[in-house]
Ligand binder design. Structure first.
Ligand code: GAR
Length: 217
């Protein structure tokens, strides 16, 4: 059995592309069943279509308020019955009704809890840190506050600007994301007092779907 994954993006979708490539390999343990975006024309949608994967958009501007948009997103996600939703450069806050129904993994281009929010790379540079990185975590109702699954460090080099630093972060972030999603899918996970464990009994405290890796059933 392969875990069903829906990937949410807002932009170029290089992380989504890495997941699509990985999921095409036998034994990866996860299948990308759809890629969704909050805007029409997000670059990653074309990549998904080329890979033969379904795409959908839930444009924020089409809805009256955040609640309506979240309800629409929740409905679209439900239709794909995902075991995991991966927010890979999805620049929207995912609301409680979605989080109550789906396990959402988010990636963030900083070592959380440092530099949460939409401008993590810029904020890290402005602070003058010498090391930053990327984090994969389960989404909760806060902004980049959920339990950490994995992190990788990246050195800030003299002369870095936001673009050069973000590119170096993205190259390690992609590998981390592929590794994390594959392991969650193959091994299952548990979360206890913010401590995320992969494998083991495969009992999940939260979020809400029933997926555990087959060998742990
Ligand atoms: C990634 O670096 C991701 O961590 C970041 O957007 C980039 C998306 O790149 N997400 C955030 O900043 C969320 N706060 P991609 O579209 O090429 O995958």
């Amino acid at each position: 059995m392969s875990a069903r994954v829906v990937v949410l993006i807002s932009g170029a979708g290089s992380n989504a592309a890495a997941l699509l490539d990985a999921a095409a390999e036998p034994g990866y343990g996860a299948t990308v069943v759809a890629v969704g975006a909050d805007r029409r024309g997000a670059g990653g949608l074309a990549l998904a279509q080329e890979a033969g994967v379904e795409t959908f958009t839930v444009p924020f501007a089409d809805y009256g308020d955040r609640g309506e948009w979240n309800a629409a997103l929740s409905e679209r996600l439900d239709a794909y019955r995902p075991d995991l939703v991966v927010s890979a450069g999805f620049m929207r806050i995912i609301g409680a009704e979605v989080l109550a129904r789906h396990t959402v993994v988010n990636i963030h281009p900083a070592l959380l809890p440092a530099f949460p929010g939409a401008h993590a790379v810029r904020d890290a540079l402005a602070y003058g840190v010498k090391v930053t990185g990327a984090t994969a975590h389960f989404a909760d109702s806060g902004v980049d506050t959920g339990p950490v699954i994995d992190q990788v460090a990246v050195r800030v080099e003299p002369g870095d600007d936001t673009a050069s630093l973000h590119e170096r972060i993205k190259s390690v972030e992609r590998r981390m994301l592929v590794d994390v999603v594959g392991r969650l899918a193959r091994e299952g996970w548990s979360v206890q007092d913010r401590q995320v464990s992969l494998g083991g009994p495969g009992i999940r405290q939260s979020p809400s779907t029933e997926y555990v890796a087959e060998e742990n059933r």
